[in-house]
Design a protein around this ligand. Structure first.
Ligand code: ADP
Length: 377
C-alpha cells in the first residue's frame, strides 16, 4: 500500500488523503447517529404526545411507538449511507480537480529544477496554481535568473582573464623567441621589457585575487573611527612626489569640523590611492587635481576632481565593471588592468558607502566620488 502510494506520486497521495478524511467523517457521522438518534426520537415523541401518555396508552400504541423508532433509525441510517457514498464520489471528482491544480505547478517546478541542475539556466516555470504556488514559482524564477546571471558572469570572467593573460604572455614569448633566434639582443633593455610584462601579470593576478576575495566577502574589515583628513593625507603622502614629477598641481579642500568616518584605514587608503593614481595617469602635465571632502547627510563624501582627458557619457555607466577600459590599447600600454575601479566599488560598498563618476565629456576632466558613513560619537 505504502509503495503503491509512493509510486503514484503526490496526485495519488492527495486523493488518498481526501478519501481518508471523507471516510473518517462518514464513520463518525454514522456512529453518532446510531448512538443518539433513538434517544432523540423518544424525546421528540414524548414532547409531542405529553409526558404521561404511556399511562393512558394501550399495548398497541406502545408497540407502534417502538416500531416507528426502529423504522426512523433504519431510514436515517440508509439515508446517511447513501449520502456518504454520494459524498465519496463527489469528493473523488473534486479532489482530482484540486490535486491537478496543486500537483501540476509542483511537477513543473521539479522538471525545471532538474533542467537547471543540468545546465539549462534559461529555463523558467509558468506561474500556475494558487497564490502561494504562484509566489513560489515567481521566487523560483528570480533564483533561476540570478543563477543565469552568475553563470554568464563566470563565462565572461574566464574569457576576460584569458584575454588579459594573452597579451603579456605573447609579448614575453615574442622577446624570448627573438633572443633564441638571435633576432633580438639579450641586453639589459630587452630583459627590462620582459620584466615589465611579468610585473603586469603579477599586478593582474593580485588584483584578481583581491576582487575574488571581496566579491565572495572573504575580507574582514577592521572598522574604526577615522578623521577624513588623515585618510587623505596618507594617500597624498604616497603619491605627491609623482604629481610633482609629472607637473600636476594637487590641492586639498576639506570642510572644517568634518565628523570621523567608520572605515578600515588600509582598505580606504587603497581606494583613495587608486582614484588618485587614475587622476595622475589620465591628467596631462600642467593639469590640476583637487581632493575635497564634505558632509552629505549621514555620510562624508570624498571627491577627486581632475582636469584630465575626461570620459564620454556612454562610458560612465560601465567604468566600475571588471576589465572595462575607455581606451583599451592606451590603458593596456600604461599597465592598467581595468580592475582598479571594480575593486574600489566593492571596497566602498563593503563599507556601506556609494561610489560614482561624472564627466562633462572628453577633454573636460573627470570627477570620481565615494561616500562613507559618519561615525556618530
Ligand atoms: P585601469 O587599471 O585600466 O586604470 P580602472 O578600473 O582603474 O582600470 O579604470 C577603468 C577605466 O576608467 C580606465 O581604463 C580609464 O579608461 C577610465 N578612467 C579611470 N579614471 C579615469 C580618469 N580620472 N580620467 C579618465 N578616465 C579614467
Amino acid at each position: 500500500m505504502k509503495d503503491w502510494l509512493v509510486r503514484g506520486g503526490l496526485r495519488r497521495r492527495l486523493l488518498f488523503m481526501n478519501l481518508l478524511s471523507i471516510a473518517a467523517g462518514a464513520i463518525a457521522l454514522l456512529t453518532i447517529t446510531i448512538i443518539f438518534a433513538p434517544g432523540l426520537h423518544d424525546r421528540l415523541m414524548i414532547a409531542w404526545l405529553g409526558p404521561h401518555w404511556t399511562d393512558a396508552a394501550d399495548a398497541n400504541m406502545v408497540e407502534m411507538e417502538r416500531a416507528t423508532n426502529e423504522i426512523f433509525t433504519l431510514a436515517m441510517l440508509q439515508a446517511l449511507t447513501i449520502s456518504s457514498g454520494a459524498a465519496m464520489i463527489v469528493a473523488v471528482v473534486v479532489s482530482v480537480v484540486i490535486s491537478r491544480q496543486i500537483v501540476q505547478p509542483i511537477e513543473h517546478l521539479l522538471q525545471t529544477t532538474h533542467r537547471i541542475a543540468t545546465g539549462h539556466y534559461s529555463e523558467r516555470v509558468p506561474l500556475l496554481g494558487d497564490h502561494e504556488l504562484k509566489r513560489l514559482a515567481s521566487q523560483f524564477n528570480l533564483m533561476a535568473a540570478a543563477l543565469e546571471r552568475a553563470e554568464q558572469r563566470r563565462i565572461a570572467l574566464i574569457g576576460d582573464v584569458a584575454h588579459e593573460l594573452r597579451t603579456p604572455l605573447a609579448t614575453i614569448a615574442g622577446y624570448i623567441e627573438g633572443m633564441l633566434d638571435g633576432v633580438v639582443e639579450p641586453d639589459e633593455a630587452t630583459w627590462a621589457l620582459v620584466l615589465d610584462e611579468v610585473y603586469r601579470l603579477r599586478r593582474l593576478t593580485n588584483d584578481l585575487q583581491d576582487l575574488s576575495r571581496l566579491e565572495s566577502h572573504h575580507i574582514g574589515l577592521h572598522l574604526e573611527p577615522i578623521e577624513p583628513i588623515h585618510l587623505i593625507e596618507a594617500a597624498l603622502a604616497r603619491l605627491r612626489p609623482q604629481f610633482t614629477t609629472k607637473g600636476i598641481a594637487l590641492s586639498v579642500q576639506v570642510s572644517p569640523h568634518l565628523p570621523p568616518v567608520w572605515a578600515d584605514r588600509h582598505r580606504i587608503l587603497q581606494v583613495l590611492v587608486n582614484l588618485l593614481g587614475n587622476a595622475l595617469q589620465y591628467t596631462p602635465t600642467g593639469g590640476q587635481v583637487i581632493i575635497n571632502a564634505d558632509t552629505n547627510g549621514n555620510a562624508v563624501r570624498f571627491c577627486i576632481q581632475d582636469t584630465g582627458i575626461g570620459i564620454a557619457a556612454e562610458h560612465l555607466p560601465h567604468l566600475f565593471e571588471r576589465f572595462y577600459r575607455v581606451d583599451p590599447s592606451r590603458t593596456r600600454a600604461t599597465g592598467g588592468t581595468g580592475i582598479g575601479l571594480t575593486i574600489c566599488k566593492a571596497l566602498v560598498e563593503l563599507h556601506s558607502g556609494q561610489i560614482g563618476a561624472a564627466s562633462d565629456g572628453p577633454g573636460q576632466g573627470s570627477t570620481f566620488w565615494f561616500t562613507l558613513p559618519c561615525c556618530m560619537i
